[in-house]
Design a protein around this ligand. Sequence first.
Ligand code: IPD
Ligand code: CA
Ligand code: CA
Length: 275
Amino acid sequence: MGAVLLNRLFFDFGGITMNAYKNIAVRAAERAGNFVAKAFANRDRIIAQSKGPNDYVSNIDKQAEEIIIDTIKYSYPDHAILAEESGQHGEGDTVWVIDPIDGTTNFLQGIPHFAISIAVKQKGKTLAAVVYDPIKDECFTASNGGGAQLNNTRIRVSEKKRLDNSLLATGFPFRGHQDLEEYLRYFETIFPLCVDMRRAGAASLDLAYVAAGRLDGFWEFGLSEWDTAAGILIIKEAGGFVGDIKGNPHQEKSKSILAATPGVFKHVMKSVKDL
Ligand code: IPD
Ligand code: CA
Ligand code: CA
């Protein structure tokens, strides 16, 4: 009886902490999102800079990242941060993984499809996540064991079990066209088996859309932790599967990601097993 009570108390405290992390992540994403949406509407304030082949960053990415970090540090000054534009801040068991604008190329081109992505990890396990699309005002959230939501309403992956009635999404290896040949071999194998393939340009939203049942699966090569950390928890909490393209467990350093409904995941994995 004592043990059950203790366990229950421990679980409740864990749940309260996770919810607090989620709330701060949402607050940070919404603050940054409002800032990014205003800049999107006043395009003369945007200054773009090249980071590498076909890879751009803007003053707005950097300022949005500062807004997110300030919001987190106000509540959790001792937590570590891994942010796309400014790198690692501090060390510790709890790390906030931030992509201030996922879909920068869309943002710079005036295409209204990008998001703020924030995940909270503790000892390598993701506890809370948010992917916020400030243009559509869509906030995808999840906490470990607490389900996934879109604007506070529960979401689940679609019921699709086969590929021939499934809509998938992907991302092209556009940065210096690394691994293009290998990518095209996978594309040639998967594309004829499904209804169609989207390339919308924001991996965090591709993942969130799978969680919400708008897409039935997503795969890409060469993503970084800040692109995927939040979306992975949201999909898992929505009942989806995540791995690398061959179906192995997904790790921070995995070269590829495959995220889908359980049935679609199995079929994609099978179709590419000999590549
Ligand atoms: C990129 C987007 C894009 C994906 C790239 C990512 P960024 O993120 O998610 O869809 O194909 O691989 O790096 O650079 O806009 O934050
Ligand atoms: Ca990104
Ligand atoms: Ca980014």
